[in-house]
Design a protein around this ligand. Sequence first.
Ligand code: CP
Length: 324
Amino acid sequence: KRHLISAADLTRDDAVLILDTAEEMARVADRPIKKLPTLRGRTVVNLFFEDSTRTRISFEAAAKRLSADVINFSAKGSSVSKGESLKDTALTLEAMGADAVVIRHHASGAPYRLANSGWIDGAVVNAGDGTHEHPTQALLDAFTVRRRLVGRDAGLGRDLEGRRITVVGDILHSRVARSNVLLLNTLGAHVTLVAPPTLVPVGVENWPCEVSYDLDAVLPKSDAVMMLRVQSERMNAAFFPTEREYSRRYGLDGDRMARMPEHAVVMHPGPMNRGMEITAEVADSDRCTVVEQVANGVSIRMAVLYLLLGGAEPAVTTASARTE
Ligand code: CP
């Protein structure tokens, strides 16, 4: 059984295949009817124990564009609030015939537990677990960087060898940062993390990246700068610099953006704290890919669902002949 739990599960060839498949999927969005019949008769369950806007909606859009049936489960308003366990929730979904379960959970390791429990038969996709990983976010980020820096068609089959990606902010609580470091490294990019010392995780010296505390020094050497949301809800106030101090030292404003090379892009996984890690001027500028990342997220999630559930036959070349 194939699952997607961690960016570390992907080889360079796996990752490039997903990015290339996502490029094919993106072409579906350019058609008058944005749908393929590839996963007709399959059921995808979105199992969300934590809030989400982008990930939940884009997995739903991705599954629907592949003609799968979609069941959306949100812990809020479900029997989880009466104390029902992950196991019993999973068994309930299994009884409804889930072919894939997309899970977001506040506990790091919950998707791994689900995939290895025997409670469900379907493929498990990690949509963000605690402070651990968010592999489809890393894939859509890599897809966005490849498109912007290499090109849509020129990028096919290519990795990110030699590109310099800087990830800035609350690394400590960021599953996005961890998955990005792993995946970008697999794709040959050079990653630098920039953060206040209190927001750098223990053991970061074992991650395949560099760490810096000087954003202004790193910006001129970056091809892409990924700003992270400050996750106040996971934060112990004692560890955190004041909002003013944080944005002064680690926030990206227009003056700082001007230090970046002309070709370099600004990224953010969303949701953004405008005025904290990124100013409105930067967030709304042409160099910021935040909205593009959301659109790319649908293509990446179509590729992941297709490769996990349908993958034996070509996605678009065959299916396009049967497009509804
Ligand atoms: N980037 C991201 O995971 O956003 P959501 O929390 O809105 O899904």
